[in-house]
Ligand binder design. Structure first.
Ligand SMILES: NC(=O)C1=CN([C@@H]2O[C@H](COP(=O)(O)OP(=O)(O)OC[C@H]3O[C@@H](n4cnc5c(N)ncnc54)[C@H](OP(=O)(O)O)[C@@H]3O)[C@@H](O)[C@H]2O)C=CC1
Ligand SMILES: [Mg+2]
Length: 316
């Protein structure tokens, strides 16, 4: 299993990046590190020195396979290291840290850390799976920042890939629709989601997925936001609210795709949002309903719907 360890950054000079806003400077600095292997290596060295000393002999291999993930507001580069091949127990001891499964980590990490960990893990995994050119079959080599791979025999450049997915919270005006797959942890329900087919617009995917999975035709669609989701192989999640008329809310669930789908009232949603970590319950007890962690865009959609319902309730 891939494990990643975030490295605490060391300061990097920002003297030639002082033009414009600090956001512009940061974006240009990241771009510079992607394009200039020498500058990237220097930033990496100063960032990971402390941690590599603690890793001992395995440190140099880990350094070679590091990926640039972002830079802080102070223009400090952050890298992600793949330490999966090292002795985990020794590493936990040396760093005073503990490995956590990434899905579980999303219940623990603070807001700004979760996307960095997701990005680092996804980039490391992409490199592991793209060591060869699909046209020539020859090995590909990565750039210093880890933002691309190139086939040395034909020059083809490969960039990390995300699959577009639409995620939709359908409402009938009073209730919202959540569903679960058999693979979900016990009691967890989420918004409907589906991969875009080749050539589809996002709106077409949304309408198709809702029709396929629960047999409904949506009336209106409202964009909410997007996020990178590292499972199973990096999806680009586009999140929307959708509505159906109250007279067209009869579900016809495709049980080949979904174990269950049902309408939830505001009270039920409020209770589900209060469950902060997956509940530990006995199998013979009826499961408590809970929703994906705060970092997941499904959580945001469900929270937005609840707030909107509360506002409407106050207005009535
Ligand atoms: N961040 C969040 O809040 C949430 C994220 N998600 C993510 O959304 C994604 C999509 O949801 P899901 O309901 O599973 O999608 P779908 O309803 O599209 O069903 C998944 C099936 O679609 C097929 N498929 C088509 N294109 C792809 C592709 N590019 N990659 C993988 N499978 C593909 C596969 O079936 P086959 O192999 O049979 O062709 C797969 O088993 C999941 O990866 C899930 O992790 C879901 C809910 C919440
Ligand atoms: Mg689906």
């Amino acid at each position: 299993m891939l494990k990643c360890l975030r490295v605490l950054p060391a300061p990097v000079t920002r003297s030639c990046y002082r033009c414009g806003s600090s956001y512009v400077a940061r974006m240009r600095f990241i771009n510079h590190l992607k394009e200039d292997p020498g500058a990237c290596l220097k930033a990496l060295d100063s960032d990971v020195e402390g941690i590599l000393n603690r890793l001992g002999e395995g440190g140099s291999l880990v350094k070679e396979e590091s990926v640039l993930i972002t830079c802080t507001e102070q223009n400090r580069a952050l890298f992600c290291l793949d330490v999966g091949q090292l002795d985990q127990g020794a590493l936990e001891e040396a760093c005073g840290a503990a490995f956590v499964d990434l899905r579980k980590a999303f219940f623990i990490l603070r807001g700004e850390e979760a996307p960095l960990v997701a990005r680092g893990q996804a980039l490391l995994r992409w490199h592991q799976g793209n060591g060869f050119c699909s046209a020539s079959g020859q090995p590909t080599t990565r750039n210093q920042a880890g933002s691309q791979r190139v086939c040395q025999s034909n020059g083809l450049i490969y960039y990390p890939k995300m699959s577009p997915v639409i995620i939709t919270l359908v409402s009938d005006g009073r209730r919202c629709l959540l569903a679960r797959q058999t693979s979900f942890p016990r009691g967890m329900y989420s918004a409907l989601a589906g991969f875009c087919d080749m050539g589809e617009t996002l709106e077409e995917t949304l309408r198709r997925e809702v029709a396929e999975e629960v047999g409904l035709e949506v009336d209106s669609v409202l964009y909410s936001g997007s996020q990178h989701w590292p499972f199973p192989q990096s999806s680009f999640m586009v999140a929307c609210h959708a509505t159906v008329g109250p007279d067209n809310a009869q579900l016809e669930v495709d049980h080949a795709e979904l174990e269950d789908a049902r309408w939830f009232t505001l009270e039920e949603i409020r209770a589900a949002l209060k469950v902060r970590t997956p509940p530990r319950e006995l199998r013979d007890q009826p499961p408590t309903v809970w929703v994906p962690p705060a970092y997941a865009i499904a959580h945001r959609l469900i929270g937005e719907w609840a707030e909107d319902q509360e506002r409407r309730g106050e207005g009535r």
